[in-house]
Write a protein that binds this ligand. Sequence first.
Ligand code: AMP
Length: 113
Amino acid sequence: MENCLFCKIVAGDIPSAKVYEDELVYLFEDIAPTAPIHYLCIPKELISKLDEIDETNSAVIAHIYEVIAKLAKDLDLKDGFRVVTNCGENAGQSVFHIHFHLLAGRPLQWPAG
Ligand code: AMP
């Protein structure tokens, strides 16, 4: 945990552009955005990868989706948005603290490469 980039962001040891925070989750702007809106949504508690989700930690994942749904309403993303989680090397996961990319503000191609 001490070497986890996103844990350091949650702790405030590395600066970030905060979008939303509550007791369970932290949302911030991606440092290299690929869309006009590109936020990262993370649980404060470290879950490294999507395949580590189980019955002991899945409540925070449901909460992340509730937060995203409310944010999408607040930001009026009625034209659509995408939520992406890369899991593991082949999927391009580069930070091993589970995160949900929230992408919006332009047409998004599918399938995504
Ligand atoms: P992934 O490749 O799916 O693991 O996504 C990791 C994301 O973290 C990438 O989109 C990076 O641009 C983003 N990222 C890396 N370092 C930072 C940082 N210090 N602040 C904000 N976003 C970051």
